[in-house]
Ligand binder design. Sequence first.
Ligand code: IMP
Length: 420
Amino acid sequence: MSTKVVIGAQWGDEGKGKATDKLAETADYVVRFSGGNNAGHTVIVQNEKYELHLIPSGIIYEDKKNVIGNGTVIDPTALIAEIEGLKERGHTFNNFYISEQAHVVMPYHKLFDGLEEKRKGDSKIGTTKKGIGPAYTDKVARRGIRFCDLIEEGIFKKKLKDILEYKNLILEKVYEQPGFSYQEILDQYLELAEEIKPYITDTSLLLDQAYQKGENIFFEGAQGTLLDIDYGTYPYVTSSNPTSGGVCIGTGFGPTKIDDIIGVAKAYLTRVGKGPFPTELFDEAGQFLLKKGHEFGVTTGRPRRCGWLDLPLLKYAVRVNGLTELVLTKIDVLSGLDEIKVCTSYGNDLHTTSPSGLLDNSTIVYESFPGWQKNISKIKQFNELPKEARDYINMIEDEINLPITVIGTGPAREDVIIRK
Ligand code: IMP
């Protein structure tokens, strides 16, 4: 029996989908605990590419149970579209469960997400415009609609009426936009509720029963540590807790039952959307990483900003998540560079303990490492990597004081070096 967590140790897009898929081989349950369809996980199995947004990566396997926990916010239309797409590819949903306490992303959430970004102009966050922030805002303001509300027609009707009255007031008076039709949303969501109802259950209880039976449970993180509402580069963050503490809050699974917290980090660094990024590259090396790493958002298609690895931020992620091991991805993307740089400190200790303010790159200290030219994608043994690649990986391991147990060497599922 084991309970493992996979956490993004950077600004998301670290390659968690593949790591999860690889590490989920021994899992009985794969569980999402935060975020919504702002996430995008690419998984490649036997040359088949999957882009998952809401559904846990375990769906690729027939025998896994897949759970979406209460800490998530779910857009029912996006969910149904993703389910249909996967069904067409032969995947079944007999073992798929959604928490009754997860919150529903409503049409007004998506609209407000876009309107707020537009209103903010230059100071916008650069959100995915999937309604994630507004849905979490309503959850905290105690006017959210949960799936247990959605599937009870009487409750849903009453809640929708109350909430829509308030939303339409804001739309009309603040944004000077026409309000939503109660009847249209009601009809659409009652239909969606019927489709989703079979999956709704008490997932906290389900997971506890699985734990008591000795099943292997795997919690699949979305986004990353630096996008966490509490621990990220606020306000340029998402609205949930993708860090390890979010597992317990987002699933109702107690912290004492978790064995292993696996961080995933790229061998360099990327971010989508706005916000501080001290090691960002604006030169040829940045273009090299963008093109070679195919750094385009799975959810939005936006090019990702690329930069060198930032060790102070990685050490911070190790600390706030209590990571027990690290998966280092996309090391192959660095092949072909003459020189690889790494941020080792910020020169002062102002931002080395936490990125709570706007990170400052004026005093940043880089160390330079020699690159390697060899294509390393098919290498399966660590000691067969070029010496420069081994030195680079060993240096990271020493700095973060954590074992790097898996190394990603290419996009395919089998392109990994397993070290433990
Ligand atoms: P939101 O989650 O759509 O509100 O977006 C807030 C910030 O988080 C933006 O900078 C997004 O680009 C970023 N973000 C949200 N989800 C992901 C993800 O899965 N990967 C990378 N960045 C993300």
